[in-house]
Design a protein around this ligand. Structure first.
Ligand SMILES: C[S@@+](CC[C@H](N)C(=O)[O-])C[C@H]1O[C@@H](n2cnc3c(N)ncnc32)[C@H](O)[C@@H]1O
Length: 428
């Protein structure tokens, strides 16, 4: 009898291909793990610091592997992500055939439809995408069920106005992701007008969820860090956990080392980056029960209180504009600095921030302000949990997508928990 973790024939075939092509996989093997699809299982006891996987970089799928005749057909400013997806969709079959066994090891489009909010119906907060089947217009009266870090939308408050553009990697995540996918789609159909949406968006999500940081030897990190990516066969079986990361590559090999001890039979994890759960949900279609990197952002709430042009200018000039983060342990320093500005004279605030002076500073007022901000987020969690539960009872589309709604409910409860813990931990 096969063990419960047996990955399946296609994964055994791919493992044989991997070994015969020089992938050193003596310490790990693909296996099934409840709730995580495939992952890597230790085939022996592994000590922290030991190499668990080595992949020759010649086997990678990266931009340098794509013939220039193919690249030249596409717009010059196409993102690497889009280019890789376009190649997987339209590359010459005889070139792509070398990846056949690898591609058979990947999840299905249905797996992505179940887990990735970008493909969810609009009733659950999914964005409108080109050629998507769910073309129901977004009803502005309908509650927004995704967390604000994904959607930028709120049910219980009117968000404050931001007058400056700033980079917020962990906010408006789905909006930014959908924008990247729409641009990728425009680029690919400009060269291949008959592209099938389902196939291209699938390949785009494969690259989104399975690529690794990659810059070729001697090349500088590209201007957009998202362009430093490539696909590493076999290594893309690693699931994510909140463990340390020990990965390195050179022109010859991509190497993964254990950052803790593992016993034979245990799952060996990799760290995809210190991402909050909202980012993991949007970019990878899952989130962790316990995540030290989890956080929420108060920007939309803070800018309801900090409204004057002068206050915005002060924050901007002193590089404290936006990204007001709260973790289970409490608010970040940027949030404290913003809280003081909500009641201090601007000159006192500047002297405080730049020189540590305390004129005009009232710590208990700062604490009360931050607590109020956090409790505003908690109230949003309550309002959305109620709306979600109602939608699960009454909305037939939401009912048809029960497991997605359950996932959102779980996430909103985590958010409420962060707010409650953080509010207790506010001390400036
Ligand atoms: C690089 S792949 C890892 C292999 C993948 N599990 C599979 O079955 O092919 C990344 C995807 O694995 C899943 N994943 C990774 N870490 C996970 C975790 N800790 N819990 C649940 N799913 C996880 C997510 O679907 C994610 O998009």
């Amino acid at each position: 009898m096969r063990p419960e973790w047996w990955p399946g024939q296609e994964h055994e075939a791919f493992t044989e291909w991997a070994i015969s092509n020089g992938i050193d996989t003596k310490s790990v093997t693909p296996a099934r793990f409840q709730g995580r699809g495939l992952g890597m299982m230790a085939t022996r006891n592994i000590k922290k610091g030991e190499t668990v996987l080595k992949v020759p970089t010649r086997l990678m799928l990266r931009v340098e592997k794509i013939p220039s005749t193919f690249i030249d057909r596409l717009p010059g400013d196409i993102a690497v992500h889009a280019l890789l997806a376009a190649y997987l969709t339209h590359g010459a079959p005889d070139e792509l055939s070398r990846y056949d066994l690898w591609r058979k090891s990947w999840p299905s489009r249905k797996d992505f439809e179940d887990s990735m909010p970008i493909l969810w119906p609009t009733a659950l907060g999914g964005p409108q995408l080109p050629s998507s089947e769910d073309d129901a217009p977004i009803d502005s009266e309908q509650p927004s069920l995704l967390p604000p870090s994904l959607s930028g939308l709120w049910n219980s408050i009117q968000p404050g106005t931001k007058t400056k553009k700033y980079s917020a990697d962990y906010q408006n995540i789905i909006l930014q992701q959908a924008q990247r996918l729409r641009k990728a789609w425009t680029d690919v159909i400009s060269a291949f007008p008959d592209t099938d949406w389902a196939t291209f968006s699938y390949n785009w999500l494969i690259v989104n969820t399975r690529s690794f940081y990659w810059v070729s030897e001697g090349q500088e990190t590209p201007e957009d860090p998202n362009d430093a990516m490539g696909l590493v066969p076999f290594a893309d079986y690693f699931n994510h956990a909140d463990v340390a990361r020990d990965v390195k590559f050179d022109g010859n090999t991509y190497e993964f080392r254990a950052t803790k001890d593992y016993e034979e039979g245990e799952e060996v994890f990799m760290n995809y980056g210190s991402h909050p759960n909202d980012t993991l949900l949007a970019e990878y279609g899952f989130f962790l029960d316990v995540n030290e990197a989890d956080s929420i952002y108060l920007d939309d709430i803070v800018f309801r209180d900090i409204r004057s042009a002068d206050q915005h200018e002060e924050l901007w000039l002193n590089q404290y504009y936006g990204n007001y983060q709260v973790t289970l342990h409490g608010p970040c320093y940027r949030t404290e600095v913003a809280a003081c500005l909500s009641y201090m004279k601007e000159e006192d605030w500047r002297n405080h921030v730049l020189e540590g002076q305390s004129q005009g500073l009232d710590e208990s007022r700062s604490e009360a302000t931050i607590k109020r901000w956090i409790l505003t987020y908690a109230a949003e969690a309550d309002a959305t949990i109620t709306a979600l539960q109602k939608a699960m009872e009454l909305d037939t589309t939401v009912q048809a997508h029960r497991s997605k709604a359950d996932m959102l409910l779980r996430r909103w409860r985590q958010i409420k928990d962060i707010c409650e813990h953080a509010a207790k931990n506010v001390s400036v």
